[in-house]
Design a protein around this ligand. Structure first.
Ligand code: DGY
Length: 381
């Protein structure tokens, strides 16, 4: 195993915090330094193995900022606990790579970074939807290959989504924001499935429909479907925004793909294993007018055989949250989670998470997913 590159910030800090990947911006580092931390940062770009992280934790470590590419299970939480650690934060909103039950068993708080990825990720889902609908990947490859010999009426005909139906599976923060972008921007009707009704979203779209009517325009509609299958059957484009757990693994599979319209568009910015990628490859091969836009893959960074050759699949390398503001925000929230726990602060329970990004941060850990289980007091209690 080749040794990784590490750099140390604030070497005289009294609490040792390990950061497993370089992070953008400087506020995250300032947050940790202000909390009295010595920060040991891995600057290598390859994914650290469990053994490498364990070695980095060593005999004494107070906290870790880890990545969604790492396997944070019992082994690592036991190592962190044994090293005297009291805090872990994923630098991500999703935490399917973290065994929260194992962390809780070791008495370790787990942080995540909600609230700063919402619009950025929804925007990427919109980008993938239209790039797939309008075949921009294929068209660009064609142009760059010098194949464009002049304007043709039949060149790269795609789909017009205006006033059609958008489907959303999982209408939480990101799914609902994507839905609004599609409904407001493109006057689409919405059909969504979520185990919980999103009343806010429904009311917003109803009010928007009234506004359109008041202008003499065709209104939009919003319907909550009882099943995922209803969404798949009805929608012209479908974006997946679920968490990854046992209930959503291969939620989109050969059977569900067969329910979709021949020329439908499937977008996934959630987690790769929510879609059975081999089944998607087979479906896209068989249905050239079907299109997919993928930000995430089942065995990241690998792709299932055949995916990369498909012209009707648009792929980007897990960059849905990759705007400077969002990535700096994620780093800051993760640092504030670890710094907050190490400072003995309560867990934040207010809607305004953005107050951690500028000026004096609240004296709280912004988002601790197992705060309740660990009996961590809530801000203001
Ligand atoms: C997350 O934070 O879970 C995202 O997948 C990162 O883009």
């Amino acid at each position: 195993m080749a040794p990784k590159e590490w750099e140390t910030h604030n070497p005289s800090g009294s609490k040792r915090v390990v950061v497993t990947k370089n992070l953008p911006g400087s506020r995250w580092l300032q947050t940790l330094i202000k909390a009295g931390c010595r920060v040991e940062l891995c600057t290598a770009t390859d994914v650290l193995s469990v053994a490498e992280i364990q070695a980095a934790i060593g005999a004494q470590c107070d906290g870790v900022l880890g990545q969604l590419t790492e396997d944070w299970g019992d082994e690592l939480f036991a190592a962190l606990k044994a090293a005297g650690g009291t805090a872990y934060s994923n630098v991500a909103v999703g935490y399917n790579n973290v065994d929260v039950a194992a962390a809780t068993k070791h008495g370790l708080p787990v942080g995540n970074t909600p609230g700063v990825l919402t619009e950025t990720t929804a925007q990427m889902a919109v980008t993938l939807t239209f790039a797939a609908a309008r075949r921009t990947g294929e068209a660009e490859r064609f142009l760059r290959a010098g194949k464009y010999k002049g304007w043709l009426m039949t060149l790269f005909l795609g789909e017009l989504l205006w006033h059609k139906t958008v489907g959303v599976i999982g209408a939480g923060r990101i799914g609902a924001t994507y839905a609004r972008m599609m409904v407001e921007g493109h006057k689409m009707n919405l059909i969504y499935h979520d185990i919980y009704p999103n009343k806010d979203l429904e009311e917003y779209i109803a009010a928007y429909a009234d506004f359109l009517k008041s202008r003499g325009e065709e209104p939009v509609s919003c319907k909550r479907a009882d099943t995922v299958e209803d969404v798949l059957r009805e929608a012209d484009c479908i974006s997946v925004h679920t968490v990854l757990d046992e209930s959503t693994h291969h939620l989109i599979n050969a059977t569900s793909l067969a329910l979709m319209k021949e020329n439908a568009i499937l977008v996934n910015t959630s987690r790769g294993p929510v879609v059975d990628e081999a089944a998607l490859v087979a479906h896209c091969r068989k249905h050239p007018n079907f299109r997919a836009g993928l930000d995430v893959f089942e065995d990241e960074p690998q792709m299932k055989p055949g995916l990369v050759e498909l012209d009707n699949v648009l792929i980007v390398p897990h960059i849905a949250s990759a705007t400077r503001w969002t990535r700096e925000g994620m780093a800051t929230l993760a640092a504030a989670n670890v710094a907050g726990v190490l400072s003995g602060y309560p867990a934040w329970n207010q809607p305004d998470i953005l107050s951690f990004l500028e000026g004096e941060s609240p004296k709280a850990a912004p988002s601790i997913v197992n705060a309740k289980e660990l009996g961590i007091p809530l801000f203001g209690d």
